[in-house]
Design a protein around this ligand. Sequence first.
Ligand code: IPM
Ligand code: MN
Length: 366
Amino acid sequence: MAKTYRIAVIGGDGTGPEVVREGLKVLQAAAEACGFAYETTDFDYGGQRYLASGGDPEKPTVPVITDDEVRALKAYDAIYLGAVGHPKVAPGILEKGLLLKLRFDLDQYINLRPVKLYPGVECPLADKKPEDIDFLIVRENTEGLYSGMGGVQYKGTPHEVATQIMCNTRRGVERCIRYAFEACTRRRDKGLLTLVAKTNVLTYAHDLWYRTFMEVGEEYPDITKDYNHVDACCMWMVKNPEYYDTIVTCNMFGDIITDLGAMIQGGMGIAAGGNINPEGVSMFEPIGGSAPKYTGQNKINPLAAIGALAMLVRELGEEEAADRIEAAIAYVTATKLGSLAAGKMGCTTSEVGDLVAEAVAKGLKP
Ligand code: IPM
Ligand code: MN
């Protein structure tokens, strides 16, 4: 008998649960169309539960998720996450206590963020078409400036000293770069992998990245090894996005350039990502936040969450289902939606989910 995939669902805060609900509709349609079985388990981790369990809104006083709860998630084949961020909880508590904790403790060392302009989507860059904006950003996801190392002394005095260490390990850098070479090979696009870093200033940390990139690159003679400083990359992403195939970069730069990437693909309503542990359990999420002001209004765009679901299904090995979902998203953006912005789509959140699910069932393409 075929395997039944076990999927952990964390709706999270704000509009997270609403967009995840639409993603799960699409999952059902894809499973029926492609003949695979799955079961989902809901988890209530997030700001609401943190406050209900007595957590202080200003500083972390109780775990947002416990070590045992994280361990239990390892029994699943994938995690589907809505959004993290609650208006009543101070910034940092949920991000560190839930999102970053899951990424770190589950060793999801890759953050995979495709930048893809779907047909019919308005692009803020003049004259750029879907064929011009289609590349993949591989962001390191467990170290760099996110390592949490550093400290503060003499806080609140004129002598305050604050450090935040950019921690790079050979192992961490190498496994990320290796993943990127493999991902670039799988894409069968231009065979161009661009390392995005800042070797002219970060002469220790990014020298390690550069040397590792060149060394690992020797194992991939068919891939062109390319390098951009991160500031120049921002320029080219706006001016010549068609140049890129696959980008590999550190955690912090990846955070920043993937928001730029999200904008040139039509905004946070469509940008999807995956936190990948190729040897463990991976977690998929829309990259935008919890959009609290739209909570419960049926106005938020679920396409980013649906795109994340397509990535989840692909990681499970259900390629045909993933292709079908991506084609269905393209069909809906090309033919049904006015805009991708919340409240301006010309459809409600649940109507967009219905349209994509129906397109998946019928196998529609743009
Ligand atoms: C992202 C987010 C997170 C990050 C925050 C919420 C910690 O911006 O997923 O890009 O910086 O990685
Ligand atoms: Mn970000």
